[in-house]
Ligand binder design. Structure first.
Ligand code: FAD
Ligand code: 2HG
Ligand code: ZN
Length: 499
């Protein structure tokens, strides 16, 4: 039951050969092929960024990366791989956190990086159609002069912070949640259409730009969150939202975790339609953000005695109206007989607004600078957030692993508005001993709350063996049947998602 055997999914699949490479050279220019098999013998160091994931936790041994520029090229490559039984790993920005974007063994990596054209934008309907390889930040920048925003935002979006930046095709394929889900909902609602190359090379054109289309089964939904196991997403039609006329944020310092839920309730009641984010971080992870230079540290007086923090954002149509609402929320919170917060640091300039967000968006980077992170991206009832972190810390203490040479910190942060906690265990190194202390412990804990073992990052290669904690045997059986129907030869991202 607990065997980790993603490699089993690769039995029957072939490695890329020089003959395959010769065929790919007929489809793509040499600049779009990186291969250690090529006559010009690319050094394997050039393949490293594609073979290793963002956390440097999962490592593949692919010999070949192809970077097609058009859907037709993707189709021809996939068709050949299907005939030759070559496994394919579709790769976007390689920012995924569950090892789904790198090969298990030596599969071919199909990078979407060269497919980065915006196909169309309609500023009346707000419908944006783009190649799957468009970087999320570029789409966001493109929409600024059109007074629209992408209905999705996450810390991995931009080039300026990281070596890797997520792409819209990767976002769709992981059904990424992120920082705006509270306001704009999931990609299952905002994605209007997709263009997908199926595992036999057929192009499935469902790139509709209709808001309403009830014409039978909505096939595109299957590819949203499929993590590249059913086909390669090559084009995305998405409903952009009108840009808010005013955005404000405030970092609230709370004396105890128990205040988070009443605060959320009160914030929703008072801010109602202008509330656009409600993000939680515990004290330890806030301190890590400060230590590793994410955003600008709050004044020490403002953080004194704080057990945790909440970042609240409002996005509305009228600055004065929104500021009045936010100020009156802060006043009522501070003047209550038993205040839910110690202090609130309100951004008063665009620079301060960004600096507060930079603390929250920088948590993942801060954690990875501190050590090697075991990431558990879970849905659990809101009132259990702290209990999960405390119980996990206690488990590691009991196993004698809570010390500087093993586990350094156990932290929690995440999207309160969506019931999504990011439990991160920060260790000196990834070791089998720590993993054995955490798994299945964390998954059993999540199942005991009837939660989800993956709220937004997906299953990848990390959690295939744990799928049963969140999905019934009947669900898993039907997922396997869908996979077999689309991809009978099992070439698409083998070893991922399914146990
Ligand atoms: P990749 O990592 O390249 O791939 C992810 C998966 O999708 C893989 O299985 C891959 O095979 C598949 N895939 C990629 N492109 C395609 C395609 N065109 N067709 C078919 N399959 C494809 N995630 C959240 O949900 N919310 C967050 O708030 C969030 N914040 C993050 C912050 C940081 C700093 C980092 C590093 C990651 C964060 N993530 C978050 C995780 C990650 O960024 C998202 O999962 C993102 O959507 C992945 O996009 P990508 O382009 O990097 O995809
Ligand atoms: C976030 O919300 C991302 O910042 C990453 O989903 C979470 O680092 C993590 O565990
Ligand atoms: Zn998240």
């Amino acid at each position: 039951r607990w065997s980790h055997s993603p490699a089993a999914a690769l039995s029957g699949l072939n490695a890329v050969t020089e003959e395959d490479l010769a065929h790919f050279s007929k489809i793509l220019p040499s600049s779009a092929i990186i291969s250690t098999l090529s006559p010009s013998a690319t050094p394997s160091s050039e393949l490293e960024p594609f073979n290793n994931d963002w956390m440097n936790k999962y490592h593949g041994k692919s010999t070949t990366v192809l970077k097609p520029r058009t859907t037709q090229e993707v189709s021809e490559i996939v068709k050949w791989c299907n005939q030759r039984r070559i496994g394919i790993v579709p790769q976007g920005g390689n920012t995924g956190l569950v090892g789904g974007s790198v090969p298990v063994r030596d599969e071919l990596i199909l990078s979407l990086a060269n497919m980065s054209k915006i196909r169309s934008f309609d500023d009346v309907s707000g419908i944006l159609v783009a190649d799957a390889g468009c970087i999320l930040q570029s789409l966001s920048d493109f929409l600024v002069p059109h007074n629209h925003i992408v209905p999705l935002d996450l810390g991995a979006k931009g080039r300026q912070h990281f070596n890797n930046s997520c792409q819209i095709g990767g976002n769709v394929s992981t059904n990424a949640g992120g920082l705006r889900l509270l306001r704009y909902g999931s990609l299952h609602g905002t994605v209007l259409g997709l263009e997908v190359v199926l595992p036999d090379g057929t192009i499935l054109d469902q790139l509709t730009s209709l808001r309403k289309d009830n014409t039978g089964y909505d096939l595109k939904q299957l590819f949203i969150g499929a993590e590249g196991t059913l086909g390669v997403v090559t084009g995305v039609s998405i409903l952009a939202a009108p840009a808010p006329q005013a955005s404000n944020n405030v970092m609230l310092a709370l004396p105890k975790f128990e205040n988070v839920l009443p605060l959320f309730k009160e914030t929703k009641r008072q801010l109602s339609e202008i509330l656009s984010a409600f993000e939680f971080m515990d004290r330890t992870v806030y301190d890590l953000a400060v230590k590793h230079g994410q955003g600008r540290a709050l004044d020490p007086a403002d953080v004194e005695g704080a057990e945790c923090f909440v970042l609240v954002e409002t996005s509305g149509g009228k600055r004065e109206h929104d500021e009045e609402k936010l100020n009156s929320l802060l006043e009522s919170l501070m003047e209550a007989d038993e205040p839910l917060i110690n202090t609130g640091v309100l951004a008063t300039s665009p620079a301060q607004f960004s600096a507060l967000w930079a603390i929250r968006e920088g948590l993942t980077e801060a954690v990875s600078k501190e050590g090697k992170a075991y990431k558990y991206d879970i849905s659990v009832p809101l009132h259990k957030f702290k209990e999960v972190v405390d119980k996990t810390r206690e488990q590691l203490r009991q196993k004698g692993l809570l010390h500087d040479d093993a586990v350094r910190h156990v932290v929690g942060y995440g999207h309160v508005g969506d019931g999504n906690l990011h439990l991160n265990v920060v260790a000196a190194a990834y070791t089998p001993e720590i993993e054995a202390a955490l798994e299945p412990f964390v998954y059993e804990l999540v199942a005991s709350y009837k939660g989800s073992i993956s709220a937004e990052h997906g299953i990848g290669v990390m959690k295939t063996h744990a799928l049963q904690y969140s999905k019934s045997p009947t669900s898993i059986e039907w997922m396997k049947r869908i996979k077999a129907l689309f991809d009978p030869n099992g070439i698409m991202n083998p070893g991922k998602v399914l146990p």
